[in-house]
Design a protein around this ligand. Structure first.
Ligand code: B12
Length: 253
């Protein structure tokens, strides 16, 4: 179905109904509420109403607003940055590794820097998996080393080098003050400095990670919300195979 120029849906189709939430650096009161409404109007929201506000103390007020969004979007005209591949299931990935790579694949993962949010990385790596997909530890053709939380980049790189990792998987959930950008960049640079960047498939993930951002930071791929272990497994083994084939072609020349 070709969808064009849609608006949000609330009460009835195309009514544009939206809810927004934000905090203003203002003392709670009528002046602050009017500032919130004006801001919503400037966002393109008509019939802007403040339906909830709370004094956060320290001259900050939190607002929830409702209104009708004037803007429209044509989803068909958008280019979606993502890892584009055919996702194989558990059985197919293991078979692919046996037939195409002929050896076990070694994965080293960590939440790096100060980040202690392990749930996302564990969803991908832990045996029990996520959203009905087995985690990568369950794959007989993978060996997984999960270093856990708050791992310094240096420790992750040292372990990846020591073990001869095929892939390094990094999770970054906290993005306050763009801490993830510095962390991820330093890891890529460190692998480069150790001369192993080209020898590993380097992937990162987290709720605010996009594939485009990851590539921009020097990664092979980035995975955002809703990522399944099967997608990550399919990407890694596919990438290892592409590199294997490219290497073989190189030798033949
Ligand atoms: C649980 C949680 C915690 C737990 C973490 C426990 C643990 N062991 O992980 C605890 C209580 C410790 C915690 C602490 C903090 N938290 Co917290 N936390 C959350 C919460 C509620 C859920 C996160 C979660 O588990 N999501 C579920 C997983 C499955 O989703 P996911 O991480 O997106 O993972 C998926 C994908 O992103 C992807 N993925 C993720 N990683 C990777 C890695 C790879 C390699 C790949 C391929 C894919 C991948 O695949 C996963 C599956 O699809 C979120 C809010 C929210 N609702 O999201 C806040 C949140 C992340 N926390 C936040 C904050 C601020 C903190 C603290 C700083 C609070 C404080 N002031 O102390 C501390 C920081 C601690 C630290 N040093 O990191 C903020 C971050 C804001 C920001 N933008 O940076 C959030 C968004 C809450 C908020 N709205 O303010 N937190």
């Amino acid at each position: 179905m070709m969808v064009e120029d849609i608006r949000p849906y609330g009460d009835h189709p195309d009514d544009g109904a939206v809810q927004v939430a934000f905090t203003l650096p203002l003392k709670a009161g009528p002046q602050a509420a009017e500032a919130a409404r004006e801001l919503m109007r400037q966002m393109g929201i008509e019939d802007a109403q403040v339906v909830h506000s709370r004094d956060l103390g320290g001259d900050f007020t939190f607002f929830v607003g409702y209104g009708r969004c004037r803007h429209r979007v044509n989803p068909g005209a958008l280019e979606v940055p993502r890892v584009d591949l055919e996702v194989m299931d558990f059985r197919a990935v293991n078979q692919f590794v046996r037939e195409r790579l002929g050896r076990k694949v070694l994965l080293v993962g960590a939440c790096t820097g100060t980040d202690a949010h392990t749930v996302g990385l564990d969803a991908i790596l832990n045996m029990k998996g996520f959203a009905g997909h087995y985690g990568l530890e369950r794959y007989p053709e993978f060996r997984v080393i999960n270093l856990g939380s708050q791992v310094p980049n240096e420790v992750l790189v040292a372990r990846a080098v020591e073990e001869g990792a095929d892939a390094v998987l990094v999770s970054q959930v906290v993005t306050m003050r763009d801490v993830h950008l510095g962390n991820l960049t330093r890891l890529a640079e460190l692998l480069e400095a150790e001369g192993v960047r080209d020898r590993v498939v380097l992937v990162c993930g987290g709720p605010r990670i996009t594939h485009d951002l990851a590539v921009e930071l020097g990664y092979d791929a980035g995975f955002g919300p809703g990522t399944t272990p099967s997608l990550v497994a399919s990407y890694i083994v596919g990438e290892l195979d592409r590199r294997r084939v490219a290497g073989r072609l190189g030798e033949a020349r």
